[in-house]
Design a protein around this ligand. Sequence first.
Ligand code: NAP
Length: 248
Amino acid sequence: MNLTFTDRVALVTGAGRGIGKAIAEELAREGVKVICVSKSESSCGGAAEAIRASGGNAVARAVDVSDGAAVAQAAEELLKEHGKIDILVNNAGITRDTLLMRMKDEDWHDVIRTNLDSCFYWTRALTTAMGRNRWGRVINISSVVGQMGNAGQANYAAAKAGMLGFTKTVAREFAKRGITANAVCPGFIETDMTSVLDEKTKEVIVQQVPLRRLGKVEDISRLVTYLSSEESGYITGQTFTVDGGMVM
Ligand code: NAP
């Protein structure tokens, strides 16, 4: 299926590495101008440079997505610079795993701020301009952990579950302005985030996956690219699980 992207601009958070980088690369291959956001300049800068080197159109912007004032300022400047932002992919995320009894306030707050507050900041900052153009796509990268919970991840599960309710609300509030909002819940995907797991843990996880492998970043980026396209215009408020069949 050939996807349609007419002169679109996308902003992808957490585009420096892993899933976000794959999303930025795939959107760029489809002819979308991509603004790569990550925490460190070198990370998003490297991702944007790699896209340009392979013929795509990308710029980088280092923003701490957990900082509301920084997001508001970056959004305003980027809208001025690029004229519009049609596609927002809220993908930046962190983990601070530990059992609830040992979880410190900062473990809780860091994860909620980075994974959930960031979606609120970027979506609030960009949907007004999308609405003026009567076209927009908001895609939030949640997790199967938000659907099923996971021991040692109370903070992360709460943030990811929060993203699902947030997505449905954005879908309802902005439908009349031509903006769709959907969430994607990856299972275990091979990235830096999961590289900390030892081989034994990975083996246990794979045994719970009917398709018997960890996911690849492309498994997620392909769906996000479709949800960003013209062709997905009748899909909104949905949660898509991409996990090899783990959650059914
Ligand atoms: P990753 O490889 O660890 O990359 C995370 C990205 O988020 C990096 O580019 C990082 O920026 C950025 N980031 C983190 N904190 C930030 C902040 N405060 N401000 C701006 N950027 C920030 O992660 P991943 O595995 O690709 O995961 C991407 C998303 O998918 C996350 O939301 C994660 O929760 C979700 N997810 C992943 C899996 C999985 O198995 N990997 C499963 C389910 C859901 P720098 O590069 O500058 O450090």
